[in-house]
Ligand binder design. Structure first.
Ligand SMILES: *Cc1c(COP(=O)(O)O)cnc(C)c1O
Length: 397
């Protein structure tokens, strides 16, 4: 018999009751070091006092009004994010997938308004993840996402990850843009290099295309810059954000330059909930912390330490760890000899929460408020686990 909750997830049998900072507590009171942040969402950790206060105060005042009216907190959040980024304008959504949908529509409308209605296609990269809408799965083009859901919306040309020559070859008269994650998340924590990012920008400039960067996982401070593309010299046309932007409240955004958004006029797009007062109050509170002096520098510092510590772990456990990947506090270790889910479940048993990513990678997205003591705890845990695996057998095998 089907479960009342539609069984689309292979859930790990642990349930959490409360969270505080870097830690979660399960229904039996057991404590876990959170190295996943609910897929990189809880960027300020759990029960952060600034966020708790913001949502409590706003909840007592006003939750929702509709985009029929002015929403001053939304205007303020958009202004602050524009000031802090490449963007001139943005549209607020409730999720990453909706931000992607807005980005795809924006590219099409841009070219349509320029008299190039035929330029509707996007070149995307393999092993990408752009959300679970029909357009999102078509853009990612992975069979595990699309199988059984055809026919898919037309308009996506998927090339091998990072293959600039293949991108070049895929660009045709119907191409309107390129859409990539600067650091692939679900696909296995794989960054594009500075040179690859620049090559994509150059191809866009040469061919009159819009560059869309999906920063839903790698943005909002995760790599130590507000957006990951800021590590390169590339200025994007459109960026999608979500996950960390709401610190746990469902919130996304599609950011753009004035030029890229020139087609998004009255009536072209909308959302009932998107950018409502409750969401905007939390979004502003997240920025209060993230844009405070020293916050992102501290993320960079802790990110460097995490990558270095994982490198040292690889030195000791080269038989398990074939590669350390990532940028800042977005990290992965590739474990070709260990079933990733088995490894993750084993770590959870040891009181630490990493997660699975593609390409045999164990993924780590700790809250950005992580401190040295948490790094020590995580590395001790991983070190002990790998010693055990060597002695007592590989979990899940
Ligand atoms: C999570 C994610 C999405 C989808 O976001 P949802 O909020 O789940 O719709 C899209 N792109 C990337 C890179 C993501 O990590």
């Amino acid at each position: 018999m089907i479960s009342p909750l539609m069984p689309t997830y292979a859930r790990i049998p642990v349930a959490f009751e409360r969270g505080e900072g870097m830690y979660l507590y399960d229904t039996d009171g057991k404590k876990y070091l959170d190295f996943y942040s609910g897929i990189g969402v809880m960027c300020l950790g759990h029960s952060h006092p600034t966020l708790v206060k913001a949502i409590q105060d706003q909840a007592a005042k006003l939750w929702h009004t509709a985009n029929t009216y002015e929403i001053p907190l939304g205007t303020k959040l958009a202004e602050r994010l524009c000031d802090a980024s490449f963007a001139d304008t943005m549209f607020f959504t409730n999720s990453g997938a909706e931000a992607i949908e807005c980005a795809i529509k924006m590219v099409r409308k841009y070219h349509y308004d320029k008299g190039n209605a035929g330029k509707y296609r996007l070149v995307t990269m393999s092993n990408a993840f752009h959300g679970r809408t029909l357009a999102g799965i078509a853009a990612a083009g992975q069979e595990k996402l699309t199988k059984g859901f055809e026919p898919l919306p037309d308009g996506f040309d998927v090339v091998p990850f990072g293959d600039i020559e293949a991108v070049k070859a895929a660009i045709g008269p119907e191409t309107g843009g390129i859409m990539v994650e600067p650091v692939q998340g679900e696909g296995g924590i794989r960054p594009l290099s500075k040179d690859q990012m620049q090559a994509l920008r150059d191809l866009c400039d040469e061919n009159g295309l819009l560059l869309v960067l999906d920063e839903i996982q790698c943005g909002m401070g995760r790599t130590g810059k507000l957006f990951a593309h800021e590590w390169s010299d590339v200025k994007p046309d459109i960026v999608t954000a979500a996950k960390g932007i709401g610190g746990g409240f469902p919130l996304g955004a599609c950011l753009a330059t004035e030029e890229a958004a020139s087609g998004m006029t009255v009536g072209t797009h909308g959302s009932t909930y998107g950018g409502n007062p409750l969401a905007m109050a939390v979004g502003n509170a997240v920025l209060d912390e993230m844009l405070a002096p020293g916050f992102l520098e501290r993320v960079r510092d802790m990110g460097d330490k995490l990558q270095a510590r994982l490198g040292a772990l690889q030195q000791r456990h080269g038989d398990f760890i074939s590669e350390v990947r990532g940028m800042g506090l977005m990290a992965g270790i590739r474990l070709p000899e260990v079933p990733t889910r088995g490894a993750v479940v084993d770590m959870i048993g040891r009181g630490m929460l990493p997660a699975v990513a593609g390409d045999m990678v164990m993924r780590m997205l700790p809250p950005l408020i992580i401190e040295d003591e948490h790094l020590d705890e995580a590395m001790d845990n991983l070190d002990a686990a790998m010693n055990d695996w060597r002695k007592n057998g590989i979990p899940g095998k």
